[in-house]
Design a protein around this ligand. Sequence first.
Ligand code: NAD
Ligand code: DAU
Length: 350
Amino acid sequence: MKTILITGGAGFIGSHVVRLFVNKYPDYNIINLDKLTYAGNLANLKDVESASNYEFVKGDIVDGDFIQKLFEEKQFDGIIHLAAESHVDRSISNPMEFIHTNIVGTVNLLNAARHIWGDQMEGKRFYHISTDEVYGSLGEEGFFTETTAYDPHSPYSASKASSDHLVRAYHDTFGLPTVISNCSNNYGGYQFPEKLIPLFIHNIRNNKPLPVYGKGENVRDWLYVEDHANAIDLIYHKGVIGETYNIGGNNEWKNIDLIKVLCEKMDVKLGREKGTSEKLITYVKDRAGHDLRYAIDSSKIQKELGWEPSLQFEEGIEITINWYVENQDWLDNVTSGDYLKYYEKQYIDR
Ligand code: NAD
Ligand code: DAU
């Protein structure tokens, strides 16, 4: 029985990865380590919490002693590292959290893996989940490939870039069996409503303004979260040690066009007259250092590992909208308390 550590498993993508692994691999012991920050929510994993091959451990990856002891106790065979501070806007108002968790936290995990594995690295794997934002911003043309030079612009992307470099350094220097993937924007259920899609669905439903940064001309490449989880499964099992894989949806949208689609679909869903929700669109001050365009060339993972997205955007966005409309309790639960303070600081004082 292999023991796999998944960090950040109570977050958005992590919860989809935990669910996939717990259900698909009954012969793996899945340990989900999560600090349960504002973004971590055990309600995301209600359906697997009593599975016999699943265990939740509450803890902070920044606490090096705790991490070392946990690794000694559990003797992990593999690590899938998703825990991070993940929201660009929060990294602009509070960069230090990102430095601690994304950089120091990652190095603590690398050190602990080295410590327990020693020279016995056969069959072991440290998989670091990263973002396309490390590559910076594209103009109207071109795509990020695995060899695009790093050029991060926000404290979030700079902290992720830094952690990627450290993971590679531990491979090159100490022979740690690492693999990295850099993915584009994910969407789907269980995403905290600070990110564009769940925030705007929530606001449309509640007749609140839709705060579009700048002119809404920035472009993102959207991938359905379960397709990312499937890619993670494939890379964890078949990815080549020391390699990097880009993952993307080949699905670019200008923010304003995507927002209009959300408005149209929500009008239908809520039985509102066509055009009602679009009236909520409000242009606000742009995000500082706002990257213009991200677009991923995912031909390497497609050719070498046979991955491809399973859902077209039309289908994925329909499933996603339905999920948030049908899970109003989940949204109500995460948009109370501290969320209101965050919202006020981020949008009302803007
Ligand atoms: P998220 O913010 O929804 O979840 C992050 C999780 O990490 C939360 O459960 C949180 O409690 C936990 N966490 C935070 N700090 C921690 C700490 N110090 N110790 C232990 N746990 C801690 O993030 P997400 O959107 O699911 O992203 C997961 C990973 O995927 C991140 O590494 C992110 O950089 C990367 N990524 C995200 C996207 C995206 O579109 N969301 C795209 C590409 C890559
Ligand atoms: O590309 C991968 C990255 O995608 C991940 O690494 C990050 O963790 C994830 O948060 C996401 O980053 P973005 O900054 O692209 O996502 P966000 O949902 O915050 O914003 C998407 C776009 O929408 C971006 O151009 C900013 C814009 N936006 C966002 C918010 C929250 C708005 O116009 N208004 C908003 O209120």
